[in-house]
Write a protein that binds this ligand. Structure first.
Ligand SMILES: Cc1cc2nc3c(=O)[nH]c(=O)nc-3n(C[C@H](O)[C@H](O)[C@H](O)COP(=O)(O)O)c2cc1C
Length: 160
């Protein structure tokens, strides 16, 4: 099974989880970089506003072609209770995603009950089936047991 791990990370937590998935599943890491935020202040002000409104940042790469993958893992930091505007843009930038399966995860400071359900809906609107949702708080990103539970679910997704 060929897996792409698509993630945005502002301060490293979501990247750290993505790298663990990559080691365990031998997938391709695709980092989504926002072109919008020059400082923590702009991330907290403009970024949170844009996240709350479900807006899309200008990102690099501009197109994410997943046609050669069986499974996608999509990871987002939580901003204002939502996926980041960079991940919103990544969902819009997916090419060849129709009919694919995805596992999604979010990393947050405290909790984020709405983040993955909203991200799931956006992916379903692109024809993607979301087979699992995981949220890791500050303790969760450092808990190998919880990360391994997600990895097991990624391995169980898609053709062998
Ligand atoms: C702009 C901004 C907004 C955030 N908003 C929330 C939030 O609403 N709820 C929450 O639990 N954590 C929030 N956090 C904490 C991050 O979601 C958390 O630290 C996450 O793991 C960061 O991922 P990263 O290191 O990959 O960027 C926020 C962090 C930033 C920078």
């Amino acid at each position: 099974m060929k897996t792409s791990i698509i993630y945005h990370s502002y301060s490293g937590n979501t990247r750290g989880v993505a790298e663990q998935i990559q080691k365990a599943c031998d997938g391709d890491l695709i980092e989504v970089r926002s072109k919008e935020y020059s400082s923590r202040l702009t991330a907290y002000t403009i970024g949170c506003y844009r996240a709350m409104k479900g807006m899309c940042d200008r990102i690099e790469p501009e197109i994410i072609d997943v046609s050669s993958y069986d499974c996608m893992v999509i990871g987002t930091p939580v901003w204002a209770g939502r996926a980041t505007p960079a991940i919103n843009a990544a969902v819009a930038a997916l090419a060849g995603c129709e009919g694919k399966r995805a596992i999604i995860y979010a990393t947050c400071g405290k909790n984020a009950p709405e983040t993955t359900p909203i991200l799931k809906k956006a992916l379903e609107a692109r024809g993607v089936t979301v087979a699992g949702e995981f949220v890791f708080d500050r303790a969760g990103v450092r808990d190998p047991g919880r990360i391994n539970a997600m990895i097991a679910s990624i391995k169980a997704t898609g053709p062998e």
